[in-house]
Design a protein around this ligand. Structure first.
Ligand SMILES: Nc1ncnc2c1ncn2[C@@H]1O[C@H](COP(=O)(O)OP(=O)(O)OP(=O)(O)O)[C@@H](O)[C@H]1O
Ligand SMILES: [Mg+2]
Length: 348
């Protein structure tokens, strides 16, 4: 089992022993254009990302989600205000240390995968490390590749992979150098519901098992329900947040926060009758999923194992047939006794 050497949120018997901040925005402003054409994309946003947590950023189109994420990820600079990664004030960094910070401390997953088409999956996964002159940690590489079910796809180029497989490669690439924080902008936006669930489950597992810190922008209440915390933007401001919420609870909060956003187009809802932001690319997305929060279900699993996900002896597999290992490489339960026992203690 890989143990994170970086500071993280230590859950002990359900209580928070220590909280550290992975990223922070202080009075963050971003405007585009000038004069009457000025667009205020972010308006004095104060925001902290807790280390070891999965945070979702939600809001209607144009509310500033990507802008906030790009500023936090040091991909763009603010008009005013500050961004910290850990204790580092990003705005004080010159070009080279800024590049190193992005390369060494931050991982990225984009909606459009952004893999290098001429490289194999394996080469894409280790690319950031190769550029940095580092050598991949073989054990870690194997662990990530197996967790993502990519073992038999490593020699394939992106054009030979499905969208879900490409995004799993992008997830592996993001985690390969063990970044302090991973930013994902609509990582499931181009995926069908099954592939989306696989990517979201992996992101969830990387938080639970490796104490990865993740910030994910999403329109989708179901995707956000995988997160520990969802924050809601409107017109460049954070207007609310919730923790451990189910898909239904997030949808209810959204309809309260954005009452005028339900925009049936041509008299039809956008994919999901109850979700004003359901992605157009996969209209049925949210409907195929269970109603309860996967994040909460996983926590419940660990505490009580009341509702095992696997039938006895049934291996978990990705939809392309690759086996899905259990958390931390522990074999899936095979007997009733194993299933009824708590799957694992929360990793410290
Ligand atoms: N490069 C740019 N030039 C001008 N305006 C921009 C630019 N980038 C973003 N904006 C504007 O800033 C506001 C916030 O944009 P942003 O991309 O952060 O929204 P978003 O919440 O991510 O939306 P979506 O859900 O559609 O991706 C929008 O009004 C957008 O038009
Ligand atoms: Mg966006």
């Amino acid at each position: 089992m890989w143990t994170c050497a970086k500071p993280y949120l230590a859950h002990l018997a359900g209580s928070v022993a220590h909280v550290s901040i992975a990223a922070r925005a202080v009075k963050l402003c971003k405007t585009y254009g000038s004069g009457t054409a000025t667009v205020v994309a972010l308006d004095h946003v104060d925001f902290e990302v807790q280390a070891g947590e999965f945070t979702a950023i939600m809001g209607p189109s144009g509310s500033g989600k990507s802008t906030l994420m790009h500023l936090l990820a040091a991909l763009d600079s603010p008009t005013s205000g500050q961004v910290f990664i850990g204790d580092q004030d990003v705005g004080t960094l010159k070009d080279t240390p800024l590049t190193e910070l992005r390369r060494d401390r931050i991982g990225f997953v984009f909606q459009s995968f952004n893999l290098v088409p001429t490289l194999t999956a394996r080469e894409n996964i280790v690319l950031p490390l190769s550029i940095a002159g580092g050598k991949p940690d073989r054990v870690w590489f194997d662990q990530i590749v197996d967790l993502l079910g990519l073992r038999d796809r490593l020699t394939h180029k992106p054009s030979e992979l499905s969208g879900g497989q490409q995004q799993r490669v992008a997830c592996a690439r993001a985690l390969m150098n063990r970044p302090e924080i991973v930013f994902a902008d609509e990582p499931t936006g181009n995926l069908d519901s099954g592939s989306a669930a696989e990517v979201l489950s992996f992101l969830r597992r990387s938080v639970d098992d490796f104490h990865q810190t993740i910030v994910m922008v999403t329109h989708d209440a179901l995707a956000a329900s995988y997160a520990d915390r969802a924050v809601f933007l409107h017109d460049g401001r954070i207007i609310d947040e919730c923790r451990g919420a189910s898909q239904e609870e997030i949808l209810q909060l959204m309809s309260r926060l954005y009452p005028r956003q339900a925009p049936p187009e041509h008299g039809k809802p956008l994919g999901d009758e109850t979700n004003p932001f359901a992605p157009r690319t996969d209209p049925g997305n949210a409907r195929h999923f269970a109603a309860t929060s996967p994040a909460r279900a996983m926590l419940d699993d660990r505490d009580t194992a009341e509702q095992p996900r696997l039938a006895v002896g049934e291996p978990a597999v990705f939809r392309d047939g690759a086996p899905q290992p259990a958390p931390n490489g522990i074999a899936p339960p095979e007997t009733e006794a194993e299933i009824s026992a708590p799957r694992r203690a929360i990793t410290e």
